[in-house]
Design a protein around this ligand. Structure first.
Ligand SMILES: Cc1cc2nc3c(=O)[nH]c(=O)nc-3n(C[C@H](O)[C@H](O)[C@H](O)COP(=O)(O)OP(=O)(O)OC[C@H]3O[C@@H](n4cnc5c(N)ncnc54)[C@H](O)[C@@H]3O)c2cc1C
Length: 485
């Protein structure tokens, strides 16, 4: 008897190293499907006493996702298959399709975060009612959870001991090859148009001041790995450059493709191994894998702690923090109008491009959560809307960590002014995104980063009137940020 399977793509929009696709391809007929779930691309409300609403899928990531789906469809077509795209709840769409094409199994990626798990469970129940099997595959981390030294549910809550044990006791599995894809079922429904836009926000292209044009899709992901690792030979100095703020190559910029699953972390690790064998093995080559283990760490933490990770008190149940709320202050932070140029540059870059560096994210998050003490989840939700590389575990995990409610008991507050001085010594980053302050750098880059310290003559010469051309720091930040106020 002919067997028919459905492969549902989620955050694994690729053909390379995709064990879900490999397993599904054992069937005689295969229908590849992507379901646009309106619950994930529209508005969401955070309940409770401090409830708020926000747009989940912003314009940059919507564009990136559509590009990724278009590329996946092209690649599947290149292998004699196709990608069916449907809008609806996966637990409704998948059983309907299974019955339409007579599928006996649906293969899909399994993910660690609460909503994704809930949807997965609902899909499983709905399929079971139709006597269709749901087969799940864990495919988005460097280390497979079955290969961890201990079950993910009991891993250490602190990164360093987790990493040490994983490095010593767990191997990264070999990537799997692209399978021969079975033909589509004879009665396969029409593939359907890619929704445009995918969510409710209009798609957005990035401002040309961005670090790199970030276009979705496996094709572009593999090109980026080739460019960064091999053609540009940047991997050899990754550890020294990774805290940069401006330009394409201070860090790998793999995150958007990793988040959408256009790129497999095991493929990246394989390339690092090859680079170490053919060019150089040094601290930098090790450090890229170190960072991918940070990514793994957050994924497994969400498996361990579930919904607790999204609570304001976090996994450490910090009920002692006096979170405040001031909508106007939040809006100034979000708009890059706090009056602290290093943070404003980060927030403006994020809004204009969907990306900002790790260093900039840390400082912007710390100012909101630690200096202003505004509910960190609101900041995390704002990042969720904007980030082209948004990943629930990496985003909420990093936010909680910085806000002091997550995976580290030490104080993670950043001294934003000294961070600016250290990482943006020539104020090039600030000048790029706060051009109204650029001319002050000719006198002293410190004046661009902290314009309230500039003598009035320098301000006049640079054509800057504080409070008019560029805001004075938010008063809640205190005197340190504005000696003149
Ligand atoms: C407040 C905040 C929110 C963040 N939100 C996200 C998010 O939604 N999605 C996301 O992928 N990263 C997030 N990060 C982590 C990090 O900032 C980005 O992964 C990194 O800036 C992406 O650029 P890159 O690919 O050039 O990184 P590189 O420095 O080249 O690192 C290589 C890869 O390692 C992983 N990585 C590096 N640092 C981290 C980290 N701290 N946590 C998890 N993975 C890491 C990423 O997959 C990255 O692509 C966040 C960090 C902070 C401080």
């Amino acid at each position: 008897m002919t067997s028919t399977a459905i492969v549902r793509f989620r955050r694994d929009l690729r053909l390379h190293d995709n064990p879900t696709l490999v397993a599904a391809s054992e069937a005689d007929r295969l229908l590849p499907v992507f379901v646009v779930d309106p619950r994930r691309v529209g508005e969401r409300e955070y309940g409770g006493p401090d409830s708020f609403r926000y747009q989940r899928l912003g314009g940059h990531r919507a564009r990136f996702l559509r590009e990724s789906l278009g590329d996946l469809r092209d690649r599947l077509r290149g292998h004699g298959s196709d990608l069916l795209v449907r809008r609806g709840h996966p637990e409704d769409v998948l059983p309907e399709l299974a019955s339409e094409v007579g599928a006996d199994a649906v293969h899909e990626q399994t993910l660690p975060t609460t909503e994704e798990r809930q949807t997965g469970a609902a899909v499983g129940d709905a399929l079971a009612a139709e006597d269709v099997a749901r087969r799940t595959h864990w495919t988005h981390t460097l280390h497979h959870p079955d290969d961890l030294p201990v079950q993910p549910t009991v891993i250490d809550d602190t990164f360093t001991p987790f990493r040490r044990r994983v490095e010593a006791e767990s191997e990264v599995r070999e990537p799997v090859g692209v399978p021969d894809l079975p033909p589509l079922p004879d009665d396969a429904p029409d593939a359907g148009e890619l929704p445009d836009p995918l969510g409710s926000a209009p798609e957005q292209s990035a401002d040309e001041r961005g670090v790199l044009p970030l276009h979705g899709g496996e094709t572009r992901a593999l090109e980026r790995v080739e460019e960064y690792v091999w053609t540009g030979d940047h991997l050899r100095e990754y550890r020294e450059t990774r805290n940069g703020l401006v330009g394409a190559d201070y860090s790998a910029k793999f995150s958007p493709w990793l988040a959408a699953g256009c790129l497999s972390p095991r493929f990246v690790a394989d390339e690092v191994d090859r680079y170490e064998a053919e060019r150089v093995a040094n601290d930098s080559t090790y450090w890229l894998l170190f960072e991918l283990r940070w990514r793994d760490f957050f994924q497994f933490q969400f498996l361990k702690h579930g919904g607790q990770q999204f609570r304001r008190e976090g996994i450490r149940n910090r009920t002692d923090i006096d979170w405040r709320w001031d909508e106007r202050v939040f809006q100034r932070w979000a708009a890059g109008e706090t009056g602290v140029p290093f943070v404003d540059a980060a927030m403006r870059e994020l809004a204009a491009t969907g990306y900002t560096s790790n260093r900039a994210r840390q400082n912007a998050a710390s100012l909101l959560a630690n200096d202003l003490r505004l509910d960190w989840r609101r900041g995390a939700a704002h990042f969720e809307t904007l980030l082209v590389d948004y990943d629930p575990a990496s985003n909420y995990g990093n936010w909680a960590y910085i806000a002091g409610v997550g995976n580290d008991s030490r104080d993670r507050a950043f001294d934003v002014l000294s961070q600016g001085e250290r990482y943006d010594p020539d104020a090039g980053f600030v000048a790029r995104w706060c051009p109204e302050l650029a001319d002050l750098a000719a006198v002293d880059p410190g004046y661009t980063r902290e314009p309230w310290t500039a003598p009035s003559g320098a301000l006049v010469d640079a054509g800057v009137e504080l409070g008019v051309d560029y805001p004075r720091p938010i008063p809640a930040l205190g005197d340190r940020y504005d000696a003149m106020s």
